[in-house]
Design a protein around this ligand. Structure first.
Ligand code: OAD
Length: 231
């Protein structure tokens, strides 16, 4: 069976990484447009680098949780692709081998002239802060390999195709308010089985045809896998 899972910040919440829009979410404390937009980076690069350096460093202190592990193990029985909006590497660290990062990766850096220049994208130690004056391979200011508000998504077309080929499409831990990623719920075939794992009541946000598993990711992914096993 071909299983595609779209994940958001909620799947990493139980690993200790804050979500964005819950009560204790990052965008309740910080201004997203200042710290996570291309305009913000142009206006206050130092503040943006500081914000991402802290998030990069935090990754060293967290571990994948049971939800990441269970999705990785599912590869033993099925073709599983994870499409994640998360910039952490917890799916990979849990052992998932097909992970598409829609919004970039904290463990990588790139050019501030051309974000998707493959000659400039490289792994960068998480404990090494990116400083103003550090240069990418093309001589431009080094920046985190993150898709900011106001930038386009390199892997969106690929994600649409992957979701369109899924027999089972599951959504785990995302508020589904950030587009274009949220629009993927409309790319699944009608005959695909669709599940959504999220502890909130998803009032007004539950997409049509999706079965809501109302639980935190560490429990909800087990419930999801039970349902898949019965198919
Ligand atoms: P949000 O913070 O918008 O939504 C998090 C979702 O996770 C909510 O629906 C919560 O109910 C749910 N949640 C909370 N705890 C959970 C748990 N333990 N298990 C499962 N679900 C839980 O985060 P995203 O939807 O991922 O983009 O946000 C999308 C994008 O907005 C992010 O990728 C980021 C942000 O701005 C960029 O920075 C480019």
């Amino acid at each position: 069976m071909n299983i595609v899972v779209l994940t958001g910040a909620g799947i990493s919440a139980e690993s200790g990484i804050s979500t964005f829009r819950d009560n204790d979410g990052l965008w309740k404390k910080y201004d997203a447009m200042r710290l996570a937009s291309i305009d913000g980076f142009q206006e206050e690069p130092e503040a943006v680098l500081e914000f991402y350096n802290a998030r990069r460093k935090q990754l060293l202190a967290v571990q994948p949780n049971h939800a990441h592990d269970a999705l990785a193990e599912l590869e033993n029985e099925h073709d599983v692709t994870i499409i994640t909006q998360n910039v952490d590497d917890l799916h990979e660290r849990a052992g998932s081998t097909n992970v598409v990062h829609l919004h970039g990766e904290l463990s990588k850096v790139t050019s501030s002239r051309e974000r998707e220049d493959d000659n400039c994208i490289k792994q960068y130690p998480l404990d090494l802060p990116i400083r103003l004056g550090d240069k990418a391979a093309d001589g431009s200011q080094l920046r985190p390999y993150i898709v900011w508000f106001g930038e386009n998504l390199r892997y969106m077309d690929e994600a649409i195709k992957l979701v369109g080929n899924a027999d089972v499409f599951a959504v785990v831990g995302t508020s589904l308010v950030v587009y274009p990623a949220a629009g993927l719920v409309r790319s699944a075939q009608q005959k695909a089985l669709k599940f959504l794992v999220d502890p909130s009541d998803m009032k007004g946000r539950l997409p049509i045809d999706f079965m809501h598993i109302k639980a935190k990711a560490t429990e909800g992914v087990d419930l999801l896998i039970d349902k898949i096993k019965k198919l």
